[in-house]
Design a protein around this ligand. Structure first.
Ligand SMILES: NC(=O)C1=CN([C@@H]2O[C@H](COP(=O)(O)OP(=O)(O)OC[C@H]3O[C@@H](n4cnc5c(N)ncnc54)[C@H](O)[C@@H]3O)[C@@H](O)[C@H]2O)C=CC1
Ligand SMILES: O=C(O)C1=N[C@H](C(=O)O)C[C@H](O)C1
Length: 233
């Protein structure tokens, strides 16, 4: 496959490394606002900036190029991109986290939230730890985890702060060194504590998952998610 990397930073480079070993070709490495041309591109993968992702997704959909985006922090425009993809009969996947481990974690998180829902004495909290270069907070993964709990319980909001509000999940964000990504979901009452913990050891899982998703998307039309790609849930 001929792949366009829209954003050639830590993730773009990690994806390139795997793609080349599998015989794919990187035909675009876009790292700034310089205009580019999609000629000969089979699929595009966007890992750029929260302020840039929407222009990448929109350009790909208009050009009829399947687009996988892992950039976080632009979700205020998600519904707009879905509508555009449907209108133009495009091909689009967004995932806050492409690793298989985290996508399994997402499913367990939803199931645990269902079990915990009747037990009001437990308070849910979340912590995410990432490297100091990360621009957005909370992480996209933490937002997906919070939405998973909200969809299966009496919680109706999340807040990126410590809060005692009964209907709100507090998400604490920490930025430390080069941490690739750690997420912890905790339920606690006076009697005990239950925790779900995921720690990425490197960016390999994110990069592998994004490449799998990109190859899967070629030839398909519509808006998809990692649950479609991995056939889980
Ligand atoms: N969904 C997932 O599994 C994962 C998502 N991410 C997200 O992906 C995004 C990128 O992460 P990293 O690669 O670690 O960041 P990074 O900062 O290493 O790379 C971003 C790159 O975008 C480039 N860029 C800036 N302006 C641009 C423009 N106009 N067009 C194209 N590229 C431009 C920068 O020069 C930089 O090289 C972040 O939003 C991060 O949260 C990161 C890891 C996994
Ligand atoms: O910025 C990162 O590095 C990561 N971002 C994603 C997120 O915001 O959840 C995924 C992963 O945790 C790494």
């Amino acid at each position: 496959m001929k792949i366009a990397l829209l954003g050639y930073g830590k993730m773009g480079k990690a994806i390139e490394k795997i793609a080349l070993t599998q015989g794919h070709e990187i035909v675009i490495k876009k790292n700034d606002h310089t205009p580019f041309d999609f000629k000969g591109v089979d699929v595009a993968i966007d890992f750029s900036l929260p302020t840039v992702a929407v222009s990448h997704i929109s350009a790909c959909i208009h050009a009829g190029i399947p687009i996988v985006s892992g950039t976080t922090g632009w979700l205020a425009h998600y519904d707009e991109m879905i509508a555009l993809c449907e209108e133009k009969n495009g091909s689009f996947i967004y995932a806050s986290n492409f690793s298989i481990g985290v996508n399994i974690f997402f499913e367990i998180n939803k199931k645990l939230a269902q079990y915990m829902a009747p037990h009001h004495s437990y308070k849910a909290t979340m912590e995410e730890i990432h490297h100091t270069q990360k621009l957005d907070a909370p992480s996209g993964t933490a937002i997906t985890l919070a939405e998973g709990i909200i969809g299966a319980s009496n919680y109706s909001n999340w807040k990126n702060a410590a809060t005692e509000e009964a209907d709100t999940i507090p998400i604490i964000s920490k930025r430390e060194g080069t941490v690739p990504g750690t997420h912890v979901v905790t339920y606690k009452n006076e009697i005990d504590t239950i925790q779900l913990y995921h720690e990425a050891h490197s960016r390999l899982g994110f990069a592998q998952g994004a490449l799998v998703a990109a190859l899967w998307l070629v030839g398909k039309k519509g808006v998809f998610s990692m649950t479609d790609v991995l056939n889980i849930s």
